[in-house]
Design a protein around this ligand. Sequence first.
Ligand SMILES: *Cc1c(COP(=O)(O)O)cnc(C)c1O
Length: 248
Amino acid sequence: MTDCMDREGIARNVRRIRARIAEACRRAGRSPDEITLVAVSKTFPMAAIEAARQAGVRHFGENRVQELASKSKEAPGRTQGGDRTWHMIGHLQRNKARDVVRFADCFHALDSARLARALNERARTEERTVSCLAQVDISGEDSKFGVAPDELLPLLEAVVGCERIRVRGLMAIGSLRAEPDAIRGEFQRLRALFDAVPPRFAPNVSMEHLSMGMSRDFEAAIEEGATHVRIGSALFGERIAPEGGKGP
Ligand SMILES: *Cc1c(COP(=O)(O)O)cnc(C)c1O
């Protein structure tokens, strides 16, 4: 159990984050309507999620599929006819594909053709279509997850053969060690890749969403073109419980 903030604390943080999003948009000449705030609720209880929901948040992110499944059973997402959107933002093992197909409204961490094919198989069985983002490793640190930039087009090529997969954009995690200026450079690289995806993969692939930016760097991400920012600790407080060692 995590040391959870009270409802008012979460509501106040939602207002603060929205104000910072608006300010970053103003600097970048963008509209706040272009930005989706994904509240990263991993390790936090349903009470915290409901507090954010009452403060107007409609998008939630989880990085472990079991936790996503159990939370979305309590509070279903759009795919299940519910009133919120669940984003699976963490690495997925192929044998867990079914739960993503069932419970995630958007999967941010597609990073291999084999995973795309496993999701496609499952989606066929479940009679679903899966919205995904392709995760790119832009850190140059050879981190475990995400395709290297030069593997992106081959991945998208493979998705064209997966009739139930829709790749609607790209996702990246700024490297944890980098200085703010270096992280901004990473966001610029992801944006450049996003802009350079050729139209020939349509309709399975369309570049609409750019998921980048977390609590420490979301303003820079918005200035560099993010449409989805994934914010956990700045909304819900520090995570105390372990996260199974996966992801930041
Ligand atoms: C945990 C996590 C976040 C949120 O991180 P904070 O620093 O708490 O905002 C964003 N994206 C991914 C992929 C994560 O795993």
